[in-house]
Design a protein around this ligand. Sequence first.
Ligand SMILES: [Zn+2]
Ligand SMILES: [Zn+2]
Length: 256
Amino acid sequence: MLFDSHSHTKFSADSEMQAKDALQAAARAGVGLVFTEHLDLDFPGEDVFEFSPQKYWQEYLPLRGDQLRLGVEIGLEQGTLARSRAFVAEVPFDLVIGSIHLLEHHDLYYPDYYRGRSKEQVFHAYFQTMAEQIRACDFCDVLGHIDYIVRYAPYEEHTLDYTQFHEGIDAVLRAVIETGKVMELNTRRLGDKAACEDLLPVYQRYHALGGRYVTLGSDAHTPEAIGVNFAAGQQLAAAAGLQLVTFKARKMELCQ
Ligand SMILES: [Zn+2]
Ligand SMILES: [Zn+2]
């Protein structure tokens, strides 16, 4: 079964999705689902991207099974790694995604970090930080959305040009492969053909460097977004020669 291995419900500060609505939407889309709630310790701004793993477990454990796995998406930052590692040990998560949401403690969602910095500067710092954090993180299975920054960076071209940023991207891909992790193919942007064309060389390079597996994740925060652009994601993974996988009890499973 194909799995949507990245989704958020009401345990995430930026989602109000109810588990039952998520499960109905996943059934309609014909996919299994992994909830990956946000843990971003010491996150700047008003919202608190933290939750009680025990409450999460208590409430959702009865729903866990063939259709639903329980995971977490952890924002990786130098100062919080030790506490994030301790959090992961609190309950037996199925899947742990590591993600970069911040640079120099600025939220990449908002425009302030980009002001006065060129795309070259920002993207260079982004990939360098990502590679460092992936190497430092010994408690995650998957690197989330390598193209996250493209969603929000307010530059003229909303692109991720592999040729332009190949050094930084290669450093990230090598870090993922050498630490035994798996790349996510985030489908959020794949409704845009140009985004698919942008990402294909990145995932082909992942394969060329020895990567073989990829998870598909919609990053849904609402039921409508579950499984979105999965046909494009499947096509892209196939074109790069990558096998679709998900995780159960931190063990990789092939999606048939
Ligand atoms: Zn994320
Ligand atoms: Zn997410």
